[in-house]
Write a protein that binds this ligand. Structure first.
Ligand code: GUN
Length: 291
């Protein structure tokens, strides 16, 4: 069993970007600039956005954090997005999800200019991605592909089972794994909360992507020997023994599943770390395509 070390691979991606940003600077070009919008004070969202801003600093990007109270009106948020779209100094825009109930996520995603949509959530980017055209690929699926590529994992002809059909992870990764690309060519089964016989389907999988958001859902009895397991979950589970009062758990029961796998991602230090690296890669692309 080999651990897919997302932290290490993410560092490689970030080091590479750091060098590229320094080269931009030498040529007198401006550094990439990411605008992150955070609404409310959801603990997990605060952590993710802080981590994104910190990574920008680390690799030499400019970042701007724009905060709104939980009760912000949809119009106010949409106006801010229009402002960011029109601002030539901003290369990439991300609005951290989820958003409070009074705001239609769809409207917000659609309002971001496709060429600044470094999250790859805009219908234009999703549509292009499906057709295999150049597009911003959502950061988590993109991070998974970078990880598979780094470890030279052969995906061709494999049966990949994706659990979870979110627009952010499950659906896009199911499409990407099926495409005719070096990290694709899988036969893909997309499972969700209404799938019958999930265990039987998982037992047929050469690759499992667990992206349903339920702590330690995938257990050893659902995984065949030698499978490759990608754990996308990051759920906070109460744990009084921890300083923060919670522990971070993946969607995979790591302890029992790991010994059966050929490769597995840990949580933390797996897909999560890669998500941020992939976002940084998209932001670099956004900045340089414009220049
Ligand atoms: N919430 C959970 N994952 C993501 C992500 O990749 N991007 C944004 N903007 N929000 C998220």
């Amino acid at each position: 069993m080999q651990i897919l070390d997302g932290k290490l691979v993410a560092q490689t991606v970030k080091n590479d970007l750091k060098i590229k940003v320094a080269a931009l600077k030498e040529k007198g070009k401006k550094k990439p600039h990411l605008a992150a919008v955070l609404v409310g004070n959801n603990g997990a969202s605060e952590t993710y956005v802080a981590s994104k801003v910190k990574t920008c600093e680390e690799i030499g990007y400019q970042s701007t954090l724009i905060r709104f109270n939980t009760d912000v009106e949809e119009d106010v948020l949409l106006r801010k997005i229009q402002e960011l779209n029109a601002d030539d100094n901003i290369d990439g825009i991300l609005v951290q999800l989820p958003l409070p109930k009074q705001i239609a996520e769809e409207k917000v995603i659609n309002a971001i200019a496709a060429e600044k949509d470094v999250d790859g959530f805009h219908p234009t980017n999703i549509g292009k991605m499906i057709q295999g055209q150049p597009a911003y690929i959502p950061a988590t699926p993109y991070g998974i592909l970078l990880l598979l590529k780094h470890y030279k994992i052969e995906t061709k002809g494999k049966h990949a089972v994706v659990i979870g059909r979110s627009n952010i992870v499950g659906r896009p990764i199911s499409i990407l794994l099926s495409q005719n690309t070096p990290t694709g060519n899988c036969t893909v089964t997309l499972c969700h909360s209404h799938t019958s016989n999930l265990k039987a389907i998982c037992l047929q999988a050469d690759i499992i992507v667990a992206a349903l958001g339920k702590a330690e859902f995938l257990t050893a009895d659902m995984v065949k020997d030698g499978a490759i397991v990608i754990d996308v979950g990051i759920t906070r589970v109460e744990d009084k023994s921890k300083k923060k009062g919670y522990a971070i758990k993946g969607d995979v029961h790591f302890e029992t599943v790991a010994p059966k796998c050929s490769y597995i991602t840990p949580v933390p230090g797996g897909v999560g770390a890669m998500t941020i690296a992939a976002l940084m890669q998209n932001t670099y692309l956004a900045a340089t395509q414009k220049q």
